[in-house]
Design a protein around this ligand. Structure first.
Ligand code: PEP
Ligand code: CO
Length: 462
């Protein structure tokens, strides 16, 4: 870790040892051949500028606190695994465009601001269920994401290469640079986003309700314009705050980008605004939890159906002992068929113990299956079911669903079955493009946001 100010060198964090993680077992790390090279790359990255600024992270904490109190909604979306070769203007624009469309739809129905966040500009490392995979009867080390190795099926390509951490830093920088330009340069203007929406769902079953929503939005914008509030004059109508996030998996990279603020002396992971701990690395005695304890960023915690109430409460105590609102986002990924059995007791226990959290929902990761043709896919109906069931469970428990976490792309891929396009298992091969998990395509993403918005509206009116 690195201090960005001479004066603060002598300051040590009052609570945590920021290098404690190095003394603990770390799951899901590559088996580097040459540790000296890894250290060298870490040193190099430590000297490079941070990607995000502590003030932005603090602002995000405040917004997440609002969402935890039911006054905002967190939309966190993007690739399962970003690929270096897809770091192009079109790809980034496509993803941002769909996230903004989804956000507008949810804002409109929920009557709350939506915090817009990508799984982007750093989502390069993947946890794997096995260290090895068999391709054409030959065993290879698993692909662990572009920040670690290459997906090509050769032993050379699969060798973990520390230089890739430096490449990841450069790709993340380029991605973030364009996102910042799009956020403030007119691209994200409200009147434009609203027009993009018309491209979607023209043939879907919800066509009429969708059109009605767009017409109402149009009227609202025209009214604002009439009284002199237009995006030409109002910054808030033409600029957005866009936040980045990824799984904090590859600890040397995360640590090298963790910096101490010279004014408030807190440590911030400046590789992204928000980081999350994955289902496979959230063990209390492991390096990942220790690392997360040392930083002040908002932290997401993935919770599968096997997360017990005790595990969850222990993680909350470890990561948020001062019970600060805005620090923790709980992200259950339980499965459409188990959510009713598992989620209520988690909600009750967290409320009873008084931990302030923002409850999100990842309806993707427990609804994955492999087709008989060998494609890893997810069914849109099950994704929608887990999301909407979670929404209603929260309502019944006197709690609130305050976030959606999903894997999507702005491209028209065929990776998840179902949705308005009725993608079938047989048509998955047409545009199956993911290196990792299947993503919602552009239309399926908008459709999911629309379904959520319809349910939010119905709940309001009930
Ligand atoms: C992910 O979000 O890409 C992921 C691997 O999730 P989980 O840790 O919930 O399996
Ligand atoms: Co995934």
């Amino acid at each position: 870790m690195h201090t960005d100010n001479e004066q603060s060198n002598s300051f040590t964090s009052p609570k945590y040892n920021e290098n404690q993680w190095r003394t603990l077992p770390a799951k899901q790390q590559p088996k580097w051949k040459n540790q000296a090279q890894v250290n060298k790359v870490e040193d190099k990255i430590q000297r490079l500028p941070p990607l995000v600024f502590s003030g932005e992270i603090e602002a995000l904490r405040d917004k997440i606190a609002l969402a935890a109190n039911g006054k905002a909604f967190l939309l966190q979306a993007g690739d399962c695994a970003e690929e270096f070769k897809n770091c192009t203007a079109n790809e980034i624009k496509g993803t941002l465009k769909i996230i903004l469309q989804m956000a507008l739809i949810i804002t409109y129905a929920g009557e709350k601001p939506v915090i817009k966040m990508g799984r982007i500009a750093g989502q390069y490392a993947k946890p794997r269920s096995s260290d090895f995979e068999t391709i054409n009867n030959q065993e290879f080390p698993s692909y662990r994401g572009d920040i670690i190795n290459d997906i090509a099926a050769t032993l050379e390509a699969r060798e973990p290469d520390p230089q890739r951490m430096l490449d990841a830093y450069q790709y993340a920088t380029a991605t973030l640079n364009l996102l910042r330009a799009f956020s403030s340069g007119g691209f994200s203007s409200l009147s434009r986003i609203h027009l993009w929406n018309q491209e979607f769902l023209a043939s879907s079953a919800q066509e009429n309700q969708y059109k009605t929503m767009l017409e109402e939005l149009s009227k609202a914008l025209t009214f604002l314009d009439t009284i002199g509030i237009s995006d030409k004059r109002e910054r808030s109508l033409r600029e957005i705050d866009f936040y980045t996030s990824h799984e904090a998996l590859l600890l040397p990279y995360e640590s090298a980008l963790t910096r101490q603020d010279s004014v408030n002396h807190h440590w911030y992971n400046c590789s992204a605004h928000m980081l999350w701990i994955g289902e496979r690395t959230r063990n209390l005695d492991g390096a990942h939890v220790a690392f997360m304890k040392s930083i002040r960023n908002p932290i997401g915690i993935k919770l599968s159906a096997s997360a017990s109430v005790d595990d969850t409460l222990a993680l909350l105590e470890a990561l948020n002992p001062d019970r600060e609102t805005g620090r923790i986002v709980l992200i259950p990924r339980i499965g459409y068929d188990k959510v009713e059995a598992v989620l209520p007791s988690l909600i009750r226990a967290v409320a009873k113990e008084g931990y302030p959290v923002l409850w999100s929902c990842d309806p993707m990761h427990a609804n994955t299956y492999v087709t008989k043709n060998g494609y890893k896919t997810r069914n849109f109906d099950y994704i929608a079911k887990e999301l909407i069931t979670s929404l209603h469970i929260h309502q019944a428990e006197n709690s609130a669903l305050g976030g959606l976490h999903c894997e999507m792309t702005g491209k028209n891929v065929t990776e998840c079955v179902g949705g308005a396009d009725s993608i079938t298992e047989e048509s998955l091969s047409a545009h199956y493009d993911t290196n990792c998990d299947p993503r919602l395509n552009a239309r399926q993403s908008v459709e999911l946001a629309f379904l959520l918005s319809q349910n939010l509206k119905a709940m309001k009116n009930s």
